[in-house]
Design a binder for this molecule. Structure first.
Ligand SMILES: C[S@@+](CC[C@H](N)C(=O)[O-])C[C@H]1O[C@@H](n2cnc3c(N)ncnc32)[C@H](O)[C@@H]1O
Length: 453
C-alpha cells in the first residue's frame, strides 16, 4: 500500500518550480565563504532528491552540458513528466529515476558534488530525514555540498493552532479546506493575529495548501535541531545558502546590533534572530564532517567571485562599488573585471567592502560569471525548454534560475517566440492576442532577465 505522501504526489500535481537558492552557482559561494572550495558546477555530478517534474534540474543541466545530473522522486508520474520534458528539450545530461530515497542506490562510486533537497526535509517523516542526512554523508564527494531547505519552528508555531482549528471544522461539518478556512475567518475576532494567517492560507489556495500547511507531514524544526541532526550524521553545517540571510534581512540594523550585544555567542545570536524575525524558512549548506575546510579564508577570495548589484547600499564607499558593479548589469561579472573600474581602491580594502556587500545583500555573488545579450534580438527565440514551458503554460526559468509565471493570455505570445517571427511580427501577434500587453517594454524585460539567453 502506498503511504499518504506517495499517494498525494501521485494523485495531485505539485506546481512546477525552480529554486534560485538551490542553484550550485549560488550555494558554492556559501561553501567557499565557509572555507570549502567545491568542484566547479559546470563539470559536477549533481543529484536532486524529490525532483518532482524536473523544473529545477532541467535548466541546470542545460546551463552546464558537461555536468551529470540525476533526479529522483517517489512519484512515478512526476518522473515520467520530467523525462518527457528533458527529452523534448534535447537535454541529454540529465536522467530521472522513480525511487524512494530509502531504496535509492546511486550507480558509480564517485559521489555527488552537489546534492539538492528542496521542499523535502520538512515534508517527510523523521526516519526519512535521517535517511537523507545519512545518504548525504555517504554519497557526497570529498568537497561536495548538500543544499537542504527546511521550515523553521519559530515562524510556523503560530500557524499550527489555525491548522488544528480548520481540521476540526472540516471534521465536524465536512466540506473542503477553503470552506473551513472561510468559516474560521468569519468567527475569528478581527484584531486577532490569526486573521493574517488565515488570509495567507486563503491566498495560497487549495492546490498549494494540500502540500503545504495541510500536507500529510508538516514538521518545521529549529535551526539547532537541524544542525545537531546533521552533525550526528557526520555532516557539517556551513551556513545559509544566501550569505545575506544568515541573519534575517528583515530585521532592522538596530535590532540586530542590540541582539548581538545581548547574545554574544554567534550561534545563539542566530537562533534569537530567527525567533525575533518569526522566520519560517531556511536553506542550509552542508558538507561532510571530514571535508577539506580551509582554516583561514584568504580575504581576496571575495575578489574571485562573480557579482551583480543587489539592493542599494548605504554609505559613499559602498555606493561607489555598487555603481561600478551595476554598470555591468544585467550580467554577473568577475569582481576582478569590476576592479578595473575602481583603480584607486586598494585590493584588501575592496575585499572587505565586497564581504560587507555580500553579507548585507547589496552584492549578489555567484561562483561563475553569467553574461547574455540584454536587448531582444530581431527574431526573439526562447530556448527549447522555455519554449516547452511556454506551450504548456508553466513558469519560465530565467537566467538567475528564478521561475516566472505569466498571465494565461501572455503564454500564446511567448509560444510564438520560436525565432521564426521578427519583433514587428510578434508585436502584431501580441496586439491581436492580448491587446492590453505593452509588448515592447515586456520584451525588453524578458531579455533583461536572460530569457533569450
Ligand atoms: C514538496 S515536493 C517538492 C518538489 C520540489 N523539490 C520543489 O521544491 O519544488 C516534495 C517532493 O518529494 C517527493 N518525495 C517525498 N518523499 C520522498 C522520498 N522518500 N523519496 C523520494 N522522493 C520523495 C515527492 O514525491 C515530491 O515530488
Amino acid at each position: 500500500m502506498k503511504d499518504p505522501i506517495h499517494s498525494l504526489y501521485e494523485t495531485q500535481v505539485y506546481p512546477a518550480m525552480s529554486h534560485p537558492l538551490s542553484d550550485p552557482a549560488v550555494s558554492a559561494v556559501a561553501a567557499l565563504l565557509g572555507g570549502l572550495e567545491t568542484p566547479a558546477p559546470a563539470r559536477a555530478r549533481i543529484l536532486e532528491i524529490g525532483c518532482c517534474s524536473g523544473h529545477n534540474l532541467i535548466p541546470l543541466a542545460m546551463r552546464w552540458p558537461e555536468s551529470e545530473c540525476i533526479g529522483i522522486d517517489l512519484a512515478e508520474t512526476s518522473v515520467r513528466e520530467a523525462t518527457v520534458r528533458a527529452t523534448a528539450a534535447g537535454v541529454t545530461n540529465v536522467v530521472f529515476q522513480a525511487a524512494g530515497l530509502r531504496d535509492y542506490k546511486p550507480e558509480g562510486g564517485a559521489g555527488f558534488d552537489f546534492i539538492i533537497a528542496h521542499g523535502f526535509f520538512s515534508w517527510v517523516p523523521d526516519e526519512v530525514k535521517e535517511v537523507l542526512l545519512a545518504f548525504c554523508r555517504e554519497n557526497l564527494s570529498h568537497s561536495g555540498i548538500a543544499t537542504i531547505s527546511f521550515n523553521l519552528e519559530c515562524g510556523w508555531a503560530a500557524r499550527f493552532p489555525v491548522i488544528r482549528k480548520v481540521k476540526a471544522i472540516q471534521q465536524a461539518r465536512g466540506g473542503d479546506l477553503i470552506q473551513a478556512l472561510e468559516i474560521l475567518r468569519f468567527v475569528t475576532e478581527p484584531d486577532s493575529p490569526e486573521v493574517a494567517i488565515i488570509d495567507d492560507m486563503l491566498a495560497k489556495g487549495p492546490a498549494i495548501l494540500a502540500f503545504d500547511d495541510f500536507g500529510p507531514v508538516n514538521d518545521p524544526w529549529p535551526l539547532d535541531r537541524f544542525v545537531r541532526a546533521a552533525s550526528n550524521a557526520g555532516l557539517r553545517w556551513i551556513g545559509e545558502t544566501d550569505p545575506a540571510e544568515n541573519i534575517p534581512s528583515i530585521l532592522s540594523d538596530e535590532l540586530v546590533e542590540h541582539l548581538a550585544e545581548t547574545i554574544p555567542e554567534p550561534f545563539a545570536f542566530q537562533l534569537a534572530a530567527d525567533a525575533a524575525a518569526g522566520r519560517t524558512f531556511r536553506s542550509g549548506v552542508l558538507c561532510r564532517a571530514d571535508a577539506p575546510l580551509m582554516t583561514q579564508i584568504r580575504s581576496d577570495v571575495m575578489l574571485d567571485f562573480s557579482v551583480r548589484a543587489g539592493k542599494e547600499p548605504a554609505g559613499e564607499s559602498a555606493m561607489e562599488i555598487w555603481r561600478a558593479i551595476r554598470s555591468c548589469a544585467p550580467a554577473c561579472v568577475a569582481m576582478r573585471e569590476v576592479m578595473v573600474k575602481l583603480p584607486e581602491w586598494d585590493p584588501p580594502e575592496l575585499a572587505n567592502l565586497v564581504c560587507n556587500g555580500i553579507t548585507n545583500g547589496w552584492i549578489l555573488p555567484r561562483i561563475e560569471s553569467l553574461g547574455f545579450e540584454s536587448q531582444p534580438a530581431t527574431f526573439p527565440r526562447l530556448n527549447a525548454f522555455r519554449m516547452l514551458c511556454a506551450r504548456e503554460g508553466l513558469p519560465l526559468v530565467d537566467a538567475w534560475h528564478k521561475p516566472c509565471l505569466f498571465p494565461e493570455k501572455h503564454y500564446a505570445v511567448l509560444a510564438a517566440m520560436d525565432g521564426s517571427r521578427s519583433r514587428t511580427e510578434l508585436a502584431a501577434f501580441s496586439q491581436n492576442h492580448c491587446p492590453e500587453l505593452a509588448f515592447e517594454p515586456w520584451l525588453r524585460h524578458l531579455a533583461a532577465r536572460g530569457m533569450f539567453a
